[in-house]
Every structure is written in C-alpha cells, then in structure tokens.
Design a protein around this ligand. Structure first.
Ligand code: COA
Length: 701
C-alpha cells in the first residue's frame, strides 16, 4: 500500500510529505498519517525542525469534500492541527500550488509558513456552504485582524503568495524551485538562528483593537443582507470571527466547531457540494473517453448580431483567431462595432488593457462578406436568424468552402441539428453549440449532439467550452434541448397561476424568495416581451388543442409593452427606476383576461407558487432524462444552475427534488393533475423511481 503521508530525513530536519493525489485532500488516512509522522518526528531527538509539504502539483487543497455529511472518522483535523501547534520543535509549512481550506488551516497551525512564488492560499469553505472549522476563523484574524479575515473568509477568494506575505498570512515567499527546497532552507534558518515557536493562537495584537466593539461585525452583517441573500454559512462565519476576537482561543475554537457543525448539517452544504462535484462531472461524458480532440486555433462566426458578436468576443478572449462573416459590408461593420463595444466595456471594467484590446482587434479579429475567407478555420459557429431555411443556406455555403475536418456548429436554440446536418456532405462534423446571451458572459454552453456527430467533434466541443471558460453540457436533439425545453414547461405554469389569481408581482416575489436572482416576469421584461410572443407564434401550429393557453402576455405585446427596452412590460420603467415598478395597468389586463374566461380568482401563497413552479420543472426534467436528451440528472442541475439562475445552494432541480423527496414531488404533480391532466402528466421515470424507492442521485454516474 502506498503511503499517503511519508517522513523523509534531511539531516536534522524531518520533511512530512502528503502524497494523496490529485490534490492531497485531507481524508482520514492523511489525517492519521500526519498525526503519526508528526509524533514520530517530534519524539526523535535527531530531528530539530519539521517541514510539512505536499507532493506533486500542490500543497493540501482542503478537507476531503466527499467526507462531509458522513460520520466523522478520527482523528479530526482540529486534533491534528493542535498537535502541530503544540509541537516543541519548529514546524514549517512549505506551500506550493493551492493551500486551501483545511490545507491552509494546517499551515496556520504550523509555527511558520513559507510559500513558493506563484502559490495561492485561501479559505474557500463559504463556497461549499460551510466555514473553516479547523481553526481558520480563529487563527486568521490573529494574523491579519478581523476586518481582513472577514473579507478573505466571506469571499473565499484565493490570495497570491506576495499578497499573503504583505498581509501577514505567511512569513516568506521563496524563489526556490520546489517546496522541499524552500522548506528546508527556512527550517535551516529556524534552527541556526533559534527562531522562537510562533504559535498563532498566542497572537493578540491584531484582534485587540476590535475587542468589545461590534462595528466591524455589524458592518459585515449589513453587507451580507445584499451579498448573501438566502445563504446560511456567511452569517455563521461572522459569528465565528467575532468569537475569535471576544473569546479566549480554546473557547473560540469550541464555538467555531459548533458553528461548523451547524453548517455541515444544513441542506445548503449538501446543495453546494453537489454543485461542486456536478460541474466537474458534467464534462466527463460516457463514450467520449479516448476520443481525440481536433486542434482549435482559428474560428469563424457567421452573423454579427448580438449573439454572433458575443460568441466572437468569447473566442477572441480565449486566444482564438476569429473571422466574422456577414452578408454585406454594412452589416459586417455593425458586427465589428459590436465586438469593439463589448471589448471596450471589458477595458473600462479593468478586465482587459487597452493595449490587449487593440492587439485583439487588429491581430486576431477580421471580417469578410465572402465565405471563402473561412477555408482554413478549424470551427465555424453560425449565429444567424433562427430559421431552418436560412440556416440550411449558411450550412450549404460552409460545406462548400470549409477544409476537411473543420467543425460546423450551429448556435440554434431549438432547431433540429440533425436536419441541418443532413443538408451537408459531412453530417459527422456538425454539432450544436448553444450559447446563452450575453454569450461573452454566460457560462453555460449546451453541446448538442446529433445522431451522426462524431465523438471527436463532441470532445472538441467540450474542449472549446473549457477554453472559453464555460461549462459544457451534453444535450440531445429536441425543441429547446435541455434548458429551454424545461423552461418552456415551468414558464407556462406561471401564466396559469396568474390567470387563476396570483399577481405577476406575487409570482416574482415568491420565485426570488426561493433564491432565483430574478422573477420570471422580470426576466421576460429583460429579454423582451416580443421574444416570448414570437416563441408562442412559432408554436401555434403544433400546439395541442388540449393545452391551456393564457393570453395575458399577448395583450401586453399588443399594447406595445415590450419590457425594459420600451419602458414598460410587466413592470413600468423610468429613468430613476431601472428595476421597474408594479403597474396597475398590467393588473387590470389580468383582471380582464380572467373575466373573459369566467375565472374566479383564488389566492396563492408563496409556497404554493414555488411548489408548482418546481414540480413542473422537475417533471419536465425527468422527461428530458427519460428521453436521453440529458445524460444524467447532474447535467440538468448544471444547466439550470449556469443558464437559468437556479440557486446554487439548492444544488439544482434534481438535487432539490431528491432533498424534498420524489414521492412528495409526485404527489404534488398528481394533485395538480386533478385540475389540468394535460399539463401534469407525470414522467414515467419519476413514477418508476418513486416505486423503486430510489432518487435522481442514483442515476448520476
Ligand atoms: N476533496 C476531494 N476532492 C477534491 C477536492 C477536495 N477538497 N478538491 C478537488 N478535488 C478533486 C476534484 O473533484 C477533481 O476530481 P476528479 O478528477 O475526479 O473530477 C480533482 O480533485 C481535481 O480537481 P479540479 O478542480 O478538477 O482541478 P483544478 O486543478 O482545476 O483545481 C483546486 C484544483 C484545488 C483549486 C480545486 O479543485 C478546488 O477549488 N477544490 C476545492 C478546494 C476547497 O474548497 N477546499 C476547501 C475544502 S475544506
């Protein structure tokens, strides 16, 4: 059995090396190993100083996240760290890569910290719904004061070595090549110059100023009202840091542990950790293992509208060469100007320097009205008008000029990718790449795989997503793919509830209270009421006569209320009010529409609104799974988290359904079906899972 923690002798210095790939996480075996090796070194008279370091790519990157929520296995991390702290010989952490969470807490429990240039430290627990529970909330303020500690722990941001040094989190940045070399050099000095044992627990200077005062903490709690809406652990973090300032160290540690435990038991921890693993799992598509990726150096974008320009920017910022194609010089100039404008905004926000922007525009970006300009590119994404004939025309032209092996991608949000592929001589090179607007910002990329798409084309799609800093999700072909198809279903329930008695504003409030950043009517106003109208007109021809149709939104459209862009939609907008005000005119329209259908309005509580919304989402998602449009429940979770504002701390709709209980969801669906059997046909998969007593998680591979 390979040892996850080994002890090496370097003269009178002992090096304790954690070797637990890929990120040296602090699982039980590592904690046990650290405790034993430390004990061994501490009791060895020939050892005068101890260095703790990580093998391979990084120092310890944290507790083993997979262990959270399971019964704890001794020794606990605080216990191991306590041993380091109490060790009578200098213990030095030699950091490289990322020293995160429990890993950084190990470092804080050492007497000194030296980091390689380029290393990063951080306490990102907040992102997982927990808090640093092995002394991090107690020792960090003792090094840098409460205010800075709160900034670091509440943001979860990584801190680069130089900055960590200037803050006082670490003691030295080393130019050494390896952490071993850096650690040994520091230990040598510690021995030769008889450094005292600097125990962070004993430091008080940085926290004295805030003792007995609540300003820093009141301030932090005030900010959380805006920045941590609905979140649990940030509030506990403030409590823990306050305990560090107010209580003796041992009592503070005890308090930290209690607060940590509360976080571990909260459903938010389960949701956020599910999100963490899902976004890593989503790129591991069964059947793609071993599929070679095609090279990606240059790309074409057909269409310079909002979407095409956003895609071009995203590609340019990833270092790709991009050629934009438009039908005439005027449209091309407009497309290029849009790209320029988006990049300029990045310069203003400090994300890009003016020099890099100029270089991108002149060296990486070009345009043409002639498809022949694309003859040498590796991939083309078309982002022209959503019309099958128009897109087929584009694909025919691409087919005629692209080199062999080039990928033909469509950014359609609902058209049949197989039909587009069939119109070319190379259907295996055709794929859907569904970007979300604004394409240079939104992280989701649905990778739509047609019947004939070659595995290496799919693998290249995922590689492109990664390169663009996006999360790629594999989707099958259907109207709306994963995300928009599910959206279309739960969105309808909102209109039904409004017609039945809820006000649009009550609906938005309830959905925001669930944790979505915006309510569905606010989203509609942002996207444009005309967009929804066009979608409904497109579906008129195929709409099942049994489907209930609500006309309220059509009345808004007819009244010219297009949303934010026209100053009025579901809300009323004015110069000073970009968030929009409730509008009695809209409430009147709703009343009239109800009257036309003789609907006696009933009231809905926020919980009732949320339950219907979620039940519709989960039921359609189960159908999407059953049909193989989405591979696994986690693919749906990632889609809704990254493209539709589903609150991350709830893990996604499938995780949420598991937590509520699938039997409960199914019971809701069946009770709603008594009013509208057509809209509420339970997914077979959901019924099967309930019958088998299983959950969606059991389908995540
Ligand atoms: N516990 C268990 N597994 C972990 C882990 C942890 N703390 N951190 C990372 N992993 C796993 C990932 O799930 C992934 O596994 P996989 O290859 O089976 O998918 C693998 O390690 C590599 O991680 P990945 O994120 O893909 O690599 P990266 O190089 O992009 O990033 C980190 C490395 C450490 C920066 C990143 O994984 C991270 O932020 N981890 C979480 C750190 C954290 O929150 N620590 C605090 C916990 S107390």
């Amino acid at each position: 059995m390979s040892e996850v923690v080994r002890l090496e002798r370097h003269g009178d210095i002992a090096a304790i090396v954690v070797d637990n790939p890929p990120v040296n996480a602090l699982g039980q075996a590592v904690r046990q190993g650290l405790k034993e090796r430390l004990n061994e070194a501490a009791n060895d008279d020939a050892v005068r100083a101890i260095v703790i370091l990580g093998a391979e790519r990084t120092f310890i990157a944290g507790a083993d996240i997979r262990e959270f929520g399971k019964p704890p296995q001794p020794p606990s991390l605080p216990e191991v760290i306590e041993d380091m702290d109490a060790c009578p010989k200098p213990v030095i952490a030699a950091l490289h890569g990322t020293a995160l969470g429990g890993g950084f807490e190990v470092a804080l429990g050492c007497h000194y910290r030296v980091a390689l240039d380029g290393a990063k430290v951080g306490l990102p627990e907040v992102k997982l719904g927990i808090l640093p529970g092995a002394g991090g909330t107690q020792r960090t303020p003792r090094l840098i004061g409460a205010a800075k500690a709160l900034d670091m722990i509440l943001s979860g941001d990584f801190v680069a070595a130089e900055k960590a040094l200037s803050l006082g989190l670490i003691d030295e940045v080393s130019k050494a090549e390896t952490p071993l070399e850096a650690g040994l050099a520091f230990a040598r000095k510690a021995i030769d110059e008889a450094y005292p044992l600097r125990r962070v627990r004993d430091l008080e200077d940085e926290i004295l100023a805030d003792r007995g005062k609540s300003d820093v903490f009141d301030d932090a709690r005030g900010k959380l009202k805006k920045t941590a809406r609905g979140l649990f652990s940030p509030h506990k973090i403030v409590d823990a840091v306050q305990a560090a300032v107010e209580l003796p160290f041992d009592d503070g540690i005890k308090r930290e542990r209690e607060l940590f435990q509360e976080c571990v038991e909260s459903p938010q921890r389960a949701g956020l950790i599910h999100a963490f693993f899902s976004e890593r799992q989503v790129g591991k598509v069964p059947g793609l293992k071993g599929a070679a990726r095609r090279p990606l150096i240059s790309a074409g974008v057909v269409g310079g509208g909002t979407m095409g320009a956003g895609i071009a920017v995203s590609m340019l910022l990833s270092g790709l060469q991009v050629i934009m194609i438009e039908r005439d010089e005027e449209s091309l100039a407009r497309g290029k100007a849009t790209v320029d404008k988006i990049l300029e905004a990045s310069v203003k926000r400090g994300k890009l320097t003016a020099g890099s922007k100029a270089a991108v525009m002149t060296e990486s970006f070009s345009g043409s009205t002639d498809y022949a300009a694309l003859s040498d590119v590796d991939i083309v994404v078309e982002a022209v008008f959503e019309d099958m004939e128009v897109k087929k025309g584009v694909f025919a032209q691409l087919d005629a000029v692209l080199k062999a092996g080039a990928i033909l991608a469509t950014n359609t949000s609902y058209l049949d990718v197989d039909a587009l592929a069939a119109g070319t001589s190379r259907p295996s090179d055709v794929i859907g790449l569904h970007f979300f607007s604004p394409a240079h910002v939104m992280k989701l990329l649905e990778i739509v795989v047609g019947d004939q798409t070659a595995p290496e084309v799919v693998a290249t799609g995922f590689a492109l997503a990664k390169r663009l800093g996006k999360v790629g999700v594999r989707a099958g072909v259907c109207d709306g793919f994963i995300g928009n198809r599910i959206l279309a279903t739960y969105r309808k329930q909102i209109d039904y509830m409004v017609e039945d008695g809820a006000s649009p504003y009550e609906v938005d409030d309830a959905i925001r209270a669930f944790g979505f950043p915006m309510g569905p009517f606010q989203v509609s106003d942002l996207a444009g009421v005309d967009i929804g109208w066009m979608t409904r007109r497109r579906l008129d021809a195929t709409r099942d006569p049994r489907e209930r149709y609500v006309e309220v939104a059509d009345r808004l459209y007819e009244a010219g209320r297009m949303g934010q862009k026209s100053g009025a939609g579901w809300y009323l907008y004015s110069e000073g009010n970009r968030r929009g005000a409730k509008d009695p005119v809209v409430e009147n329209i709703v009343v009239q529409e109800r009257a036309k259908k003789d609907i006696e309005p009933k009231s809905f509580t926020p919980e009732q609104i949320q339950r219907r919304y979620l039940a519709a989402m989960i039921n359609e998602a189960a159908k999407v799974l059953e049909e193989g449009i989405a591979l696994r429940p986690l693919d749906i979770d990632v889609t809704l988290l990254y493209g539709y504002g589903f609150p991350r701390w709830r893990g996604g709709p499938m995780k949420y359904a598991d937590m509520v209980g699938l039997d409960q969801i199914l019971a809701d669906i069946r009770s709603y079906a008594e009013e509208d059997a057509f809209a509420w046909q339970p997914a077979k998969l959901l019924v099967d899972l309930v019958e088998r007593g299983e959950n969606f998680e059991s389908l995540n591979k």
